[in-house]
Design a protein around this ligand. Structure first.
Ligand code: ADP
Ligand code: ZN
Length: 846
């Protein structure tokens, strides 16, 4: 009996053992197979085997020499080691009847290449999630067939209905009318899956996978062509043996001489409708067939091309490039942290490196935080690499992503630019991985698998023997720490290109402003004056407030109640244009009340303010100003953000107000002023990264100013002018910030000084959330000498989407031991495990 290990997309599940029926060949690792699981049929990915029985689960998986990013505390992951043990100890013996056979093999060659399978397996292990969940992340959309199988009755089956009994007969009767029925709903009505498979084996029922099969996920178009009879008619159009309408004749004339046929959509453009085609089909003059085509995202101009100006590298850029290309040519794994101030020309280096690696015949992967926010980077890659680049981002449809993935898999592409999940793109013989803005929080996925794209990129580079370049003006503490301790090599660009100075930054102490101008001030005197000056000079400004909405609170002056979300422990934000109050966590919303919901008093007051209010304020103060806003509320529609940024680049907008979205990597040469409304928004959060986030945001947004020929200015309004994150950001002094921050992390024992795992238990009541978390804490304390357990405590968001949340932390230096302890404790408490979120290396602890 041959056995294989299969990963199925079920949360928290290890790989499962299945047997391969004799009539099947050995399924290749990385191939998709259909397997039974309980009553369902799922698509899984072969991750190990086939192995002879009783062999020790020979996983093909990850090599042991990987060196991911995550901090000093990082010790070598045992790759799939932990699971290997489990898998082999659970491996049943030959006499066991519990091993089920796979139902089908969907791919004769690996669907996922072996290196991607290994990478996903590493993710499952490291981030403590189900191996199938990790595989699913690596798959393009529409690669899963999930019980989307249809059963039909065969002629044979129809003939046998009356001679069958029991469930077999019931099943056949349910199919009697000849229509295909989804296997799942069929089984609900009659019989079991086993019965159905029995009927299929006997040829009474046929099971097809019409919807989600791999082939069907390619886009097909309907193509009309003439039949032999049609050709005859076409030759005699003047002298017709039968009566045809004008449209029908026109269609035949068009199709005549096009042996490959014409797409229905093209015919439709010529006024030939489906009805006409149907009539011609009825007369047997034409046939309609399907043809597979690739969806081309470029055809729809989601990624425009932008010409790349030829530049001469500065001395600093040249030195950096020489070092990086030497490392790339060496063809061995190395990670470089490219610390370059804003406007130092990092993108130019990425492009040149990518070109040279491509010429060496190796593939390039470029990760970016969110292309929709920085379309310019994708556009310049598109210009440079033309057809050989694939761009992957959330603005693409599933179909487009699917087709791009297959283009990469077929080797038609050697440069991939994409967001987080592109780290799994099946690029062949990778030689270079770039992670641009490596500090960006969007690299961490906030649902399972909770992986960090940058750290996975480093592991992938180590497997592939590739150069990994992490670029940022404000590196993550982890990354800079790794550069300090020698795990990464540090390459620095300390100056902007073309001798352009950094923006000069002015701090406005809002406590003084409130004292003189009253407590309702939003735009300080200094900021108003500077804005006025820019409008006069026809230069552009960016105004940042990292909080959307109009007001952050509705408060009753009579009873002091505030308007709270019924599902979450937060107050509702007022969205004035919408006339609604909205929860930013669960999206619950209600019409703005006229009276207090608690005491019915009419004295409701709106407190706090967000971007919508700032936009209004600027309009009021500067009549006629062209102001637009960029935040999650204004860019809901696909393409809205790109349109706004294009307008801004073209000078059609004077002032752009927005959240952190406007701080990211943009290069607008006419921006000479950046205003920050409340620099300390993030400092109030109970999160050990609050200072780091604040520093990064302020430095990045100040970096948007003065990128052209005119010196830039930034004005930072704050209540805490002496906080180190604000002081250092204003001097754009990363090294000083790092020194202060690493002291804090060491003192408080936070990453990167230690490794951190966060677990959040959700429950229907506060008491049971706390009790369950306490149970985990106690069990962990019994097991562990090598780590510390903190908690249980209510999560900062103690109620979210109707569920209460309690959390605990595990701190230590041996991540594998910590993770294993937690896994063990959870595995003996499956009911709590189901409600527990495990976050390894959390980015935020809300
Ligand atoms: P960063 O990503 O480091 O903030 P960019 O790569 O966006 O900086 O570069 C800033 C601007 O400088 C871009 O418009 C880029 O085309 C331009 N640039 C880059 N290198 C040079 C150079 N050597 N000479 C002139 N302009 C350059
Ligand atoms: Zn809510």
């Amino acid at each position: 009996m041959r056995l294989v290990q299969v990963a199925v997309p079920v949360p928290q599940l290890d790989s499962l053992t299945y047997s391969v029926p004799d009539e099947f060949p050995d399924p290749a690792p990385g191939a998709r197979v259909l397997v039974p699981l309980g009553k369902r049929v799922l698509t899984g990915v072969v991750v190990g085997g086939p192995v002879p029985l009783m062999a020790s689960g020979s996983w093909l998986l990850a090599s042991q020499n990987q060196q991911p990013n995550a901090g000093a505390a990082y010790t070598q992951p045992q790759a799939a080691g932990g699971r290997k043990q489990k898998a082999s100890s659970q491996q049943p013996t030959a006499s066991s009847h519990s091993i089920k056979p796979i139902i089908d093999i969907l791919d004769s060659t690996p669907f996922l290449p072996p290196d991607v399978v290994a990478l996903a397996a590493w993710v499952a292990e490291y981030y403590a999630c189900g191996i199938g969940e990790a595989m699913a992340t690596a798959m393009p959309p529409r690669s899963w067939i999930e019980s989307e199988r249809h059963a039909h009755i065969t002629d044979n089956g129809r003939a046998r209905i009356l001679s069958e009994r029991g469930p077999r007969r019931q099943l056949l009767e349910a199919l009697e009318d000849g229509r295909p029925v989804r296997v799942e709903s069929l089984i609900k009505k009659a019989g079991t899956h086993a019965t159905l498979l029995g009927l299929e084996r006997d040829g009474l029922v046929e099971i097809t996978q019409p919807l989600k099969g791999s082939a069907a996920a390619h886009r097909t178009v309907r193509v009309v062509s003439l039949t032999a009879q049609g050709h005859e008619i076409a030759a005699t159009l003047d002298n017709l043996p039968m009566k045809l309408g004008a449209r029908q004749q026109e269609a035949i004339a068009l199709l005549h001489g096009v042996p490959d046929g014409i797409e229905t959509s093209v015919l439709a453009d010529r006024g030939i409708t489906t009805a006409t085609i149907n009539r011609l089909t009825g007369l047997a003059l034409v046939t309609v067939s399907r043809r597979t085509v690739d969806r081309d995202p470029f055809a729809q101009a989601t990624t425009p091309m932008v010409a790349r100006e030829p530049v001469v590298l500065t001395d600093e850029q040249r030195a950096a490039f020489d070092r990086l290309s030497a490392l790339a040519s060496a063809g061995a794994f190395r990670t470089v942290l490219l610390h370059g101030v804003t406007g130092s020309g990092k993108t130019e280096l990425y492009l040149r490196l990518a070109e040279s690696v491509r010429h060496m015949g190796r593939g390039v992967l470029m990760l970016v935080p969110e292309i929709a926010l920085t379309p310019a980077v994708a556009a310049v890659f598109r210009w440079t690499f033309g057809e050989r680049v694939a761009i992957q981002h959330s603005g693409l449809s599933d179909g487009e992503r699917h087709d791009q993935w297959h283009r990469i898999r077929r080797g038609e592409v050697d440069v991939v630019v994409g967001t987080r999940s592109a780290v799994f793109a099946p690029v062949q013989s990778l030689g270079l991985i770039v992670v641009d803005e490596e500090h960006d929080a969007s690299y961490k996925q906030d649902e399972s698998p909770r992986y960090h794209g940058r750290d996975v990129a480093v592991v992938r580079g180590s497997h592939a023997g590739a150069l990994v370049v992490l670029g940022s003006a404000t590196p993550a503490l982890e990354s800079f720490h790794n550069a300090q301790n020698g795990r990464y090599e540090l390459v620095t660009l300390s100056r902007r290109v073309l001798e352009r100075p950094m923006a000069s930054v002015r701090i406005v102490d809002m406590r003084e402003e409130y004292a003189t101008a009253g407590p309702d001030v939003i735009l300080s005197r200094a900021l108003c004056d500077s804005l006025a000056l820019r409008l006069e000079r026809r230069e552009q400004s960016i105004v940042l407030l990292n909080r959307r909405g109009f007001a952050t609170n509705v408060f009753c002056r009579q009873c002091a109640a505030t308007l709270e979300c019924p599902n979450c422990s937060v107050s509702l934000t007022v969205h004035k244009a919408e006339r609604r109050a909205r929860c930013h966590y669960c999206n619950y919303s209600m019409g703005l009340p006229k009276a207090c919901l608690n005491c019915a008093g009419p004295y409701l007051e709106q407190l706090g303010f967000g971007t919508e209010r700032v936009e209004t304020e600027i309009r009021d103060q500067f009549p006629g100003v062209r102001v637009s806003r960029v935040d999650r509320d204004t860019i809901r529609k696909k393409g809205a953000i790109a349109a706004l940024l294009t307008q801004f680049a073209a000078g059609a907008i004077d002032v752009l107000v927005g959240t952190q979205m406007i701080a990211k990597g943009h290069d607008f040469p006419r921006v000479t002023l950046v205003g920050v409304i409340s620099a300390d928004v993030g400092l109030g959060l109970a999160d050990f990264r609050a200072a780091e986030r604040t520093f990064q945001l302020l430095t990045q947004v100040a970096g948007r100013s003065g990128r052209g020929e005119i010196q830039g200015e930034a004005i930072v309004q704050t209540l805490y002018p002496n906080h180190y994150s604000i002081r250092h950001a204003c001097r754009q002094d990363y090294n000083a910030f790092y020194q202060d921050e690493i002291m804090f992390r060491r003192g408080m024992k936070y990453p990167p000084a230690v490794a951190l795992i966060n677990a959040v238990v959700k429950a229907r009541t506060r008491e049971s959330a706390t009790a369950d978390a306490a149970e985990l804490v106690n069990a962990l304390r019994i097991g562990g000498a090598s780590y510390r357990v903190l908690g249980p405590a209510p999560a900062p968001l103690s109620r979210l989407k109707g569920e209460y949340r309690a959390q605990l932390f595990i701190k230590g230096t041996k991540r594998p031991a910590m993770r294993e302890a937690l896994q063990t404790v959870l595995s003996t408490r499956p009911e709590i495990r189901r409600r527990t979120i495990v976050d390894v290396d959390p980015m935020s602890v809300l």
